[in-house]
Design a protein around this ligand. Sequence first.
Ligand SMILES: C[S@@+](CC[C@H](N)C(=O)[O-])C[C@H]1O[C@@H](n2cnc3c(N)ncnc32)[C@H](O)[C@@H]1O
Length: 214
Amino acid sequence: MAPLELDDEPAIAAELFGENHERARSFTHELATRGELLGLIGPSEAPRLWSRHIVNCALVAPFLRSGGRLADIGSGAGLPGLVLAIARPDVEVTLIEPMERRTDWLLAESSRLALRNVTVLRARAEDAIASGPYDQVTARAVKALRQLIPMTRPLLDEGGEMLFLKGERVDQEIADSLKQRRAARLSEPTVEVLTADGVPVPTRLFRATVVGAS
Ligand SMILES: C[S@@+](CC[C@H](N)C(=O)[O-])C[C@H]1O[C@@H](n2cnc3c(N)ncnc32)[C@H](O)[C@@H]1O
């Protein structure tokens, strides 16, 4: 078997994953080993798994509410939902993903890693309203904000927060979603630029809170 092509782990991983650092290493190793075969990651992703995916997602962990319920929409390989569940065992994380092959992987990994704070729901976000309300909702690489906001708003009550991992175009997406943000009764959004040593591409974290009934 070819040697595992995995990039160096950024130093901040130890801080972000704390007591679950070894679980994060185990998950990353498994994803690098089996992810491409299972269609979870592209062929060029393993050599940048730590820096572009795992730590990029884990940088959101400090924004999660302690003891809260988090829904991650379109979790795919577990990004960011499973990574956040590993980093924050004090948060109850529901991974909402419609594709069976992906939910099979998420269930198998949650069980292998003995994560007690994870629920896997095979559904589209629009069909998962009964599983809420949640305190916060996350998503990465699922839809543009103008679609993501109406899709996830029914999962939150007033005071609930949207945390979406976005790229460089986030400001344009914010401008394009004015109508949807107003209809959803969201606060003025903020964008946190998250990065660390060994993380070449920052994550832009869109944050907005529900301030009234829609
Ligand atoms: C491009 S992948 C991104 C996966 C992962 N979030 C990541 O960053 O690698 C988009 C994911 O969203 C899921 N998805 C698409 N439409 C959805 C919906 N309406 N509700 C929930 N998940 C959805 C897809 O099945 C897929 O796993």
